[in-house]
Each structure stands twice: as C-alpha cells, then as structure tokens.
Design a protein around this ligand. Structure first.
Ligand code: 1CP
Length: 356
C-alpha cells in the first residue's frame, strides 16, 4: 500500500499538530480525555438511540456524531475517535460485553494454550465500522480541529483480556508476568502486531495523530515495566514511524511515576500524557521542553469548579509557558462533571487568563 497523505508531511497549521511538532502557538491547544461521554446530555441521547455502548462504537454515523458533539459545544482543538480500547480484543475473537454500570466483561484467557483462540486475520473486517467512523469524523471536523486515533497499550489491554474485567489489583496479568512470562510475551506479540495494524488503518482513514493509552502502566515493578510497558509500545511506535515518519504519537503511561523519565526516548513517543499524580514541577524539570507534555488537571477539580479550578488551570499554564504543552486532564472526564465547568475551563485556557 502506498504511503497515505499525512497532514504532518508539510508544516502543520492546526494548533494541536503545531504544538506536537514543537512549533510555537499563541496559547496551548486543549482537548480532554473522554470528552465525548455521559456528562453531555446529547451523548446520553445518542447512546440511548444506539441501544448499547458497543452498538454506538460500531455505528459509524452515531460514533461520528458523539465524537463531534464536544467539538461543536466547546471548540476543542482536537477530536478523539469514539471507540474503546477493548474493541481490539473483541476483533481478535474474545467475547466482550459491557454490562450497565459494571464495565466490561470478557471471556478471560486462563492459559497460554487459550491464546490460540485469538485470530488476527479478521480484525480489519470487524473493525471496518471504526475506520469508516474515522473517515466521517475527518470529513465533518472544523478546519482548525485535528483528529486523534487511539488504541490501548498491549499491557493495559492484556490486563482486561486475562482478568476478564476491570480490576483493582490486576492479579491475573501480574500472575502471568511473574509466573508465565513467556506466555505473556506471546500475548504481547499478538497485541503489538494487531495494535500496530489497527492504528495504521486509523491513520489511513484520516487520523492525524494517535494516542496509546497505558492506563495500568503504574502497577508493575521496574523490570516488568520495561518488558511489558516500554518494549511493546516501542515496537508499535517503530512500526508506525516506519510508515508515517511524521505521525505524532502521544503515549499515556498512567501512574508510571519516575518511570516517565526516559519513557519518551525509550519508546519513541513524541508527547507524554501526564496523569494527575505526576508532580508538575518535576515534569517541567525532567520531561519538558525536550518532550511535548499533555495534561494533567485532576478530573475531580473539573467537577468542583470555581476558584479551585481556576487556580489549578493557572498553575499548569504558568508551568508550561508558550510551547510544547497541550492542555488536558490527568485522566478521563467523569460523568458528574457539570457542562458549565468545561465551558469555564475552555474559556480560561483559550483566554490564557494567567494570574500571577
Ligand atoms: O457510555 C458509557 O456508559 C460507556 C462509558 C465508556 C466510554 C464513553 C467506556 C466504557 N468507554 C468509553 C469511550 C472511550 N474509552 C474512549 C472514547 C474517546 C474519548 O476519550 O472521548 C476512549 C479513548 C476510551 C479508552 C479506554 N477504555 C481506556 C483507556 C483510557 C482510560 O480511561 O483509562 C480504558 C481503560 C477503557 C476500558 C473501559 N471502557 C469503558 C469503561 C467503563 C472502561 C474501564 C473499565 C474498568 O477498568 O473498570
């Protein structure tokens, strides 16, 4: 397949892409993780129309609609494809359901032998509605707004595949990491290949940057962090950059703490999403401005609003002046967030009303 036009091949004009390329901009671009979601009445309406969460993910027209809703309402600088990190294991053949108020449930993989159940051959056919949604979103975006594609990092996706659900201790995946590392390596190989192929297709369909979510990066000791968080992400990024050298890649190794140091160089990521526990002063001294950073307002601060929110925003804007900074939360927006607080946040960042 011939290399596909990639908006980064020439000097980007969209503020989000300019910042990712290290170019100066008048103010930091802003988007929010989980910006399409239950805090928006129009999302709840569209989701009800779709039936279930998965029906919404696989309906290109409605997935496009919910992706664009927060763009219309708030004028964010980037849209993120509406999908889920667990669509990929489902495309590999693993059973997946989202139970109301319970989160995802998958047919857990218990042994290395069961990895043979996974089949990479049919993934693009199953994920075709996602690629179609990407094309439609791209066509419907305002000129200045960039489109982010995404996938889960292999470690985070594996925690759900092995546990069969969300968990607080990741017992199943950690048991594989310590007790069956070759088995977990085999799963990593499958996920690195499938995730690379999945993201490539998103780029071909119109994604202008990608974010790799490693939500559970913070639960592993150093050696296992290197093997299961850094290595697989590095291989995915190498593949993407081999095909699209100027594609910006954002990595979000949530909870990685001091392991954020050196993470961008080790994986080849252009930008790092900072979780809300990462000290801003430390990030400024150790990551920025060599690496573009994104984040890390606590989503709860957006629920609280008022002066506390303004202070938090100011602290971030003062810490990362002028360039190589993308405003975002330090994790996804929560459903009880008042819409007017998001409006206020956007007003503060776009107005750059930094008080001394
Ligand atoms: O409508 C609903 O009630 C479902 C809630 C929901 C939504 C809106 C889920 C279920 N997924 C999503 C969409 C989603 N998921 C996006 C869309 C784009 C956007 O940001 O607007 C993205 C990027 C994700 C990524 C995702 N899914 C992650 C990584 C980021 C993160 O939040 O840490 C993870 C861990 C998931 C799994 C998942 N999907 C949904 C839930 C409730 C969970 C977490 C399960 C758990 O661990 O308990």
């Amino acid at each position: 397949m011939s290399p596909v036009p990639n908006a980064q091949a020439t000097t980007p004009t969209k503020p989000f892409l300019r910042t990712l390329a290290g170019l100066p901009s008048a103010r930091p671009p802003i988007w929010l993780m989980r910006q399409a979601g239950r805090y928006l009445p129009e999302y709840r309406e569209t989701r009800a129309k779709a039936g279930s969460f998965l029906d919404l993910c696989y309906n290109p027209e409605l997935a496009t609609e919910v992706t664009l809703q927060p763009i219309r309402r708030f004028g964010f600088d980037a849209a993120i494809l509406f999908a889920d990190i667990l669509l990929l294991p489902q495309a590999l053949g693993q059973g997946l359901a989202f139970k109301e108020n319970e989160g995802p449930v998958l047919d857990a993989i218990r042994t290395s032998g069961e990895l043979a159940r996974l089949d990479a051959n049919g993934i693009h056919k199953k994920l075709a509605p996602v690629y179609e949604a990407v094309s439609r979103i791209k066509a419907g975006l305002p000129d200045e707004c960039a489109l982010i594609g995404f996938a889960g990092a292999p470690w985070t996706v594996a925690t759900y595949m092995l546990e069969g659900r969300g968990s607080s201790d990741h017992a199943a995946a950690k048991t594989w990491a310590f007790g069956n590392p070759e088995g977990l390596d085999a799963l990593m190989d499958i996920l690195v290949e499938a995730t690379g192929a999945y993201l490539e297709r998103q780029v071909q369909a119109g994604a202008e940057a990608v974010q790799i979510f490693d939500t559970w990066a913070g639960v592993l000791p150093e050696q296992e962090f290197r093997r299961y968080c850094i290595e697989p992400v590095k291989r995915i990024i190498a593949r993407l950059k081999g095909k699209y050298p100027s594609l910006p890649v954002i990595a979000f190794p949530r909870g990685a703490g001091v392991m954020y140091d050196g993470y961008a160089a080790a994986t080849g990521a252009d930008a790092l999403g900072m979780d809300y526990t990462l000290p801003v002063s430390w990030a400024r001294d150790h990551l920025w401005p060599k690496t573009v950073v994104q984040g890390n307002l606590d989503p709860r601060l957006l629920v609280v609003g008022g002066q506390a929110l303004a202070d938090g925003v100011n602290r971030l804007l003062r810490s990362f002046p002028q360039q190589r900074y993308i405003f975002n939360l330090g994790h996804g927006i929560v459903p009880e967030t008042p819409v007017r607080h998001v409006e206020e946040l956007v007003r503060l960042v776009k107005g750059m009303q930094v008080s001394a």
